[in-house]
Write a protein that binds this ligand. Structure first.
Ligand code: GCO
Ligand code: MG
Length: 401
């Protein structure tokens, strides 16, 4: 069996997605996600201009060898663009292998470790009351784990919350600018979780994302004050380029720590894992080199009591979600999966076997990844240039969004 070609499909059903479709001489095809939010066309070009010519004529069964060829063969290593491109190929090859063998990808990864993959949904409010109400509604819908984010009084626009008044935003910029003031947030967040716990009690997991904006000392302070509210995790408390900064946080709190959605490889997190500085690694199947590399991260983490909680915001396509769920069903130390809901238009472009029931996601039993792309429909949604927001502190300096 040989790969005859591969095509990059860029579509924007509400937001941009980059999909690779790999075709073979036996008529079987596989698909993979290579979406990098805000920098999509860099991956599309990396794939079309540099990777696709290397795939033609190869046996799609040799997944590990193809991975090594694309990783080591480029000489230039790692980074989100490279690793998302490799991931797209990797997912497509696992998809093909499953289809050829007539079995779901999770069966190729060792079979089922659990009944379904625990997932968390997002509650995001402008006020504490609003956020509490959303948590209650999501619990009613069957979610057993819920991430809660709320606008902090005095910081009108910030990550993870509904946008407020943006009339003051500069019209000459293609991106929006959010604000930030750590001291306001630090006083507010413990109050938010106290009020949520009062309303829902302790029979639901609560999560929170600080989105890289604190210093280690601030994160330790916050983690300690959240301990009584028993969070499932505090995510991205500090930017993690400096892995040793998590030592400081660890010394001050036992609130479980999660990090890694912007990581691309095991080399970004080996110290965090080896020194047990975190509890959950959030690397995703698309931004960390596909199923092949994500498994290596998970296996490395297992003896250190670190479990996975893969990034799954809505800017990772339904193809990524399928791959993450096969990985999550099979991998023993996969703890939870983020479930950022896709728009109806997106779900129509990507017909899929995966589903949600009673707090758990399941990849389904279809051969391969169990997800496809409707190319006719995809062609109707043209690429739209888009940027992530930028965050500025009170004095105007750029911070981490
Ligand atoms: C999360 C993430 C996302 C990212 C987004 C960037 O926890 O889901 O923080 O919301 O910000 O995926 O493209
Ligand atoms: Mg996050």
């Amino acid at each position: 069996m040989r790969i005859t070609g591969a095509r990059v499909i860029v579509t924007s059903p509400g937001r941009n997605f980059v999909t690779l479709k790999v075709e073979t001489d036996e008529g079987v095809h596989g698909i993979g996600d290579g979406t990098l939010n805000g920098r999509e066309l860099a991956v599309a070009s990396y794939l079309a201009d540099h990777v696709v010519p290397m795939l033609e004529g190869r046996d799609p069964a040799d997944i590990e060898d193809t991975w090594q060829l694309l990783y080591k063969g480029a000489y230039w290593r790692r980074g989100p663009v490279t690793m998302a491109a490799i991931a797209a190929v990797d997912m497509a090859l696992w998809d093909i292998k499953g289809k050829v063998l007539g079995t779901p990808v999770h069966n190729l990864l060792g079979g089922r470790s659990r009944r379904g993959v625990l997932c968390y949904a997002h509650a995001s409010g402008r006020t504490i009351e609003d956020t509490v109400e959303q948590v209650l509604r999501l619990r009613e819908e069957g979610y057993r784990a819920i991430r809660a984010q709320c606008v902090v009084p005095g910081i009108d626009n910030m990550y993870g919350t509904p946008r407020g008044d943006v009339s003051g935003q500069r019209p000459d910029l293609p991106f929006v600018e959010d604000g930030w003031a750590s001291e306001k947030y630090l006083r507010f967040a413990p109050e938010l979780f106290a009020r949520i716990r009062e309303a829902v009690g302790f029979d639901v997991h609560l999560l929170h994302d600080a989105h890289h904006r604190l210093t280690p000392a601030e994160a330790g302070w916050l983690g300690r004050r959240l301990e009584d509210h028993q969070l499932f995790w505090l995510e991205d408390a500090v930017p993690a380029e400096l892995q040793e900064s998590f030592r400081v946080i660890r010394q001050h709190t036992t609130t479980p720590l999660a990090v890694g959605e912007v990581f691309n490889s095991l080399y970004d997190c080996h110290q965090l894992i080896r020194e047990q500085l975190i509890d959950y690694i959030r690397a995703s199947v698309v931004h960390a080199g596909g199923i092949t590399h994500l498994r290596k991260i998970a296996h490395f983490a297992e003896p250190y009591h670190v479990r996975t909680g893969c990034h799954g915001a809505a800017d990772l396509s339904p193809v990524s979600m399928a791959a993450a769920l096969h990985f999550g069903l099979a991998t023993h130390n996969a703890a939870i999966q983020e479930y950022g809901h896709h728009s109806e238009e997106t779900l129509e472009v990507f017909p899929r076997a995966w589903s949600f029931a009673d707090g758990y996601l399941h990849p389904g039993e279809a051969p391969g990844l169990g997800v496809d792309i409707d190319e006719g429909l995809a062609a109707k949604y043209e690429y739209q240039r888009g940027y992530l927001p930028v965050s500025r502190r009170v004095d105007g300096t750029v911070g981490s969004w």
